[in-house]
Every structure is written in structure tokens, then in C-alpha cells.
Design a protein. Sequence first.
Length: 502
Amino acid sequence: MTDPHWLFGDQLGPHFLTPGEDGGPARDVPVVMIEARSVFRRRRFHRAKAHLVLSAMRHRAAELGDRVRYVRAETYREGLGKAIGDAPVTVHHPTSRAALRLVHSLDQVRVLPARGFLLPHDTFRAWADGHDAGRLRQEDFYRWVRRELDLLMDGDTPAGGRWNHDHANRERPPAGTRTLGAPKPYRPREDDIDAEVRTDLERWERDDGIRFVGRDGPRRFPATRREALTALRRFTEHRLAGFGPHEDAMLAADPVMSHSLLSSSLNLGLLDPAEVVTAAENAWRAGRAPVNSVEGFVRQIAGWREYVWQLYWYFGEDYRHRNALRHRARPPAWFLELDADAVTARCLATVLAQVRDTGWTHHIPRLMILGSFALQRGWDPRAVTDWFHRCFVDGYDWVMLPNVTGMSQYADGGRMTTKPYTSGGAYIHRMSDLCDGCAYRPGDRTGERACPYTTGYWSFVHRHRTLLAANQRTSRAVQGLDRLTDVEDVLTTDLRWDERPP
């Protein structure tokens, strides 16, 4: 195909510019890239995220040299007109419904199949249509996709003799340990392009009314293919071996531990998921990493990431409006502004500060600190989803809609997961050091030192007791509620968190 090819800002790896059976662009065809300022006008993105995306796009344009027409415009439509006028152009299936609507509205654009994921949409749909549409479980999908791709398999059996190594991957952090002592992750070095991006962002804020949240420190995540490959190699050779056992643990002074920090590189398209899971499997086969760590990591990529991407399209646009628990409260200003200094609870303040300063925290703080608090407070799931989308460097519509609406906020009523994910302070105390030195006590549910997560948990169970009693995975929580002799005091104590930060 000789028509120019349009690259979106999350299609930056070489696999988006190679010919293929799906009709990919011919080698050396002209490339169009559009930096649309309206994207940053519509939402208050984390400044570190805006920096990363723009840096990655401009680095890719510099790599492509004279082959690319890089246009800075107010909108994509305007930019495409400046770049090629009415000439025909191809583009790989975008990653958001809004972007897909846009390209379908332009007669000159021919949409090619999606790249950057493990399975075509039709393959997943055939699998999903063969299951109860109301109960598409990740574990079922994960086992199927490993067989389908012959991934981490020994013939017909899973590597290590079992599909799931969670039993070895849920260890609490060692008592009295401030860090796990894992080898440091790869850190990129900024260059002149980063400096140009930072200058532009400052000018936009000063002169153009575009506003951001969070802090933009030195760039922490890869913005080029070379950097992303270096980060992948650093992880698989030095950090993957220690990933599994403590992947669900949290430490205030060690927010990264052995996590890969590859999600932003995958979601920018700098890495292809197939090469990432292959590198992890090769590390196990070479004896450099134990099977439980490799399986836990492969589950994140081939299991969860792929599952979320496919469900985003399979469930349809109506999924965005699901609110099974009828939560309507608006998140407060301190949360929206990432004002960690306003928060007293050490766990929440620590995690909120991590997001403020870096635009990232790993999956357990997202789910069990940030998401759990929002669920307990009854915040509107659409507002919570939008916040996660804006405030995380790896946050995109396709990522956060299923993750937050379905798993974190249970707004789909169980279509994606079997239960709401929330807990009292005891879980946080068991899996972290975040309760150490806190003004609140994880075991207290009433009084001045009552833990906001403990009171919030029981308030949530009380508010939704009928739904929870009917679910075998949560019915014991209702039985526990019925054994409390101070329920009214707990509910009264819980009201304080609606009036001020916990």
C-alpha cells in the first residue's frame, strides 16, 4: 500500500509500520503524525503524562526523519487537512471509541486492523460468544489464551504444573523491612526533546489556558523504542526473578519494588506484548527466573491487559454508563487535585503523593487504596474512571474503563468480576507498612482513631447488604456485620470522611 499512513500517539513502535497480512503499510510510505492540542484541553491530564506522550511522539518523529509529516494543530481533523488535504490515508484501528468514531467519519481514511495486542477482535469475540456473556471470567480467558498462543506451556500442561501461582505470589512484606532491596529499574535520561516539551507545557499553562495536575519531575518512563527495550531487558535480567512473591505487597519507601514499569511503554506502542511475554518465558526457560514470578508477570500481560482491551470493545459503549451500585457522589477537591498533604491517613496520603509526584503506582495501591476508598465513599464511577485515566501515565480509555468501572468500582454488577474489591484496614496492615505511625488504628472502627477504611468497609457492607448477602463470595461479610454490636456508632463515625479528608 502506497497511501500515507497515520500514526496515533500510542502507535509508536516499529510493528505499526510493517507490512502484513492485515494490510499494514508498505515500507517507506509517508507517515503522518498529529499533535492535537484539543486532547489536553478536554481533560486535566497529569503533567508527567502529557510530557511522556509528547516526548514519545516527538522522539518517534525525529527517528522517522523526512519520512514523517509532523503537524501541530488544534484538532486531529485540522491536522490531517494540513498534512495531506483530502488525500487517502490508512490508520491502524485506534485504541479509543472516540478516536474510532473520528476516523470512521473521515471518508479519506481506511482503517486497518488493530496492532499492539495479542489477539484479533474476531478471535476474542468467538471465544466470548461461546461463554455466558454475563460471566466472562479472566481466569477462563487466561487459560484459553495461553493454550491458543502456546505461552508458558509444556506441551498440553502449564509450565510448573499449574495455571495459577498466586499461592506463592501473595506474601506480605517482611516485618521491619523498609525496602525489598530489588535491583533498581531502568531510568531514562532526558534530552533536548524533553526540554522542548517542558517549555511548551509551561507556555500552554501560562498563555493558552491548558491546565494539568500533578508534578512533572525528570522523566521516569521510556519515550523511545531503544529506551523501552533497555527497560524490558533490565527487568527480565535483573528484576523479574523477585517479582512474584511480593507483587501484592506495599511499602511506603519502596513503591516500585520489583514491578516492571513497562505498562506505559506497552500502552504507547513502544513494546509489543508478544515480545514482552516471550522475553519473560525465555528467562524462565534459561533458569534466570522462577516459574511463579514469570507466571505472575505473564498473567498481567497476556491475562489481564489483553482481557481488558478485548472487553472494552466487546462490552460496547453502554458499559461506560453502568452504575449498578447507584453511586452518585462527586470525588472531593483534595482527591481530584492530588492534594496528598491534606490527607491524614498514612496509606492514602502516601499513595496519593506517589501519583502526584510520578503519575504511577502499582496495581494494589490502585485497587485497594485508591479504588477501595472511592467505592466505600460511593463516588460516581464515571468520575473515578476519568480521574484514573487522566492521572496515570499508562491510563487510556480502553485501560481504565474496564479496570475501574468493572473491577475497582463494581459498577457493572459483576459482569467482569465475582465480587466488589474493598477491605478494612486489616488488609492494608497485613500487606504493607502503611499503617505504621498512622494517626488511625486499622482495628478501630469507632472513636477518634477509627481507621477510615475499616469504618468505610462496614458502612459499604451495611449500605449494600442485600446485594452482598446474595453473593456467596461476600455473604460472610454480611454475617460479620450482623455480629457487630456497635453498627450505629460505626456508621456515625464513617460520616466524618464525607466532610473532610480522612
